[in-house]
Design a protein around this ligand. Structure first.
Ligand code: AMP
Ligand code: MG
Length: 337
């Protein structure tokens, strides 16, 4: 299976600076990275930007399933045969993924990749029913054994694979935010695709993030002001193709090995991006009723869901300032958390 990769294009576009404000973007981890930050000392601000981009690249080379030499690829090659000792960082993230799997009774499951690898959304490739069923039998986070004493990973079923696409970008964003804090940068936004985290303010006002209209590239269904939080959106429009009127996209229901189709997008707001990233993927798989029920149980977590008809649903702590009418776009600000 051929995958077109753009993990590091090295394409860094400086979108200009004002005072100590800097904004740069780059294509890393197969997604768009954005960093925007302020420090009164421009050299420190630039160090912050450089640190973020370097950290994103480092995490990509460790955790990408598409890079043969990555630690994750080594796990996928060997862990079905014997326990593989991994770095503390990867082990910690796998433990976190396991906890989310338990919390969501398996809606979030990094072993989804056992069947997920049979899809190629760019090439419009998907498994046939028989292939899908055989591969889905290998999906089960409980068969991925994590041994903290040896810091090792072992797959009880040979042929199992993992992919951290549902949690690694959030992890990367959190790591970058910590690096910025260490540099004394208190006003910043770091984004990796659909996963963002903000600190402080932007030009003296709260950061805002727009939630994309899942069926209109340029449309926004809500704009949320944010203070010191993380936001992640998972959507069925990120990577997909359509065949016979069915949308095949990158968020997989581990029970069926097929795309989860109850919702169009899920946005989660919470304290850190690792959590919001994993939960946005989880709630997408759980669907409207179970997904919102989970969010209501979790303190400090809020959600905005777009259902299969394009209707917006909010968790109870979010008060829509103005609910957009059907088909009406760009409300500013539509939602105040
Ligand atoms: P996100 O955009 O954060 O929702 O992440 C989507 C990515 O998560 C996909 O591209 C897969 O790499 C991964 N993924 C898909 N389905 C699942 C699942 N059920 N559990 C965990 N990760 C998943
Ligand atoms: Mg996610």
């Amino acid at each position: 299976m051929q995958r077109v990769l753009c993990f590091v294009l090295g394409l860094v576009v400086s979108a200009g600076a004002a005072g100590g404000w800097l904004r740069e973007q780059a294509d890393i981890m197969g997604t768009r990275i954005v960093v925007e930050l302020y420090h009164p000392d421009t050299a420190t601000a630039q160090r912050g930007v450089d640190a973020v981009l370097a950290e994103m690249r480092r995490i990509d080379t460790t955790m990408s399933p598409f890079i043969d030499s990555s630690e994750l690829s080594r796990v996928n090659r060997e862990a079905g045969r014997h326990p593989v000792t991994v770095s503390g960082e990867l082990f910690g993230l796998l433990q976190r993924a396991q906890r989310v799997s338990e919390l969501t009774t398996g809606a979030f499951d990094v072993t989804f990749a056992s069947v997920g690898f049979l899809y190629d959304y760019r090439q419009r490739v998907r498994p046939d029913d028989r292939q899908r069923k055989t591969a889905t039998a290998l999906v089960d986070y409980r068969q991925m054994v994590l041994d903290p004493a040896r810091r090792s990973v072992y797959f009880r079923r040979p042929g199992m694979r993992i992919d951290l696409g549902g949690i690694a970008k959030g992890h990367a964003v959190d790591r970058c935010m910590r690096l910025l804090q260490d540099l004394g940068i208190d006003n910043a936004l770091v984004r990796a695709g659909g996963d963002s985290r903000v600190a402080g303010e932007r030009w003296g006002r709260p950061w805002t993030i727009g939630i994309r209209d899942p069926r209109d590239r340029d449309g926004v269904v809500a704009v949320i002001p944010l203070v010191d939080v993380a936001v992640s959106t998972s959507g069925d429009y990120e990577r997909f193709f359509e065949q016979d009127g069915v949308r095949y996209h990158h968020i997989i229901d581990p029970r069926s090995g097929d795309s989860a189709r109850g919702l169009r997008s899920v946005t989660i707001i919470g304290p850190d991006a690792t959590t919001t990233d994993a939960l946005s993927t989880s709630v997408f798989v759980l669907g409207l009723v179970k997904g919102l029920a989970l969010v209501e149980r979790l303190p400090g977590i809020d959600a905005i869901l777009v259902d299969a008809d394009g209707k917006l649903h909010y968790s109870s702590d979010i008060e829509p300032a103005r609910k957009p009418d059907d088909g009406v776009k760009a409300t500013s600000p539509a939602v105040a958390p």
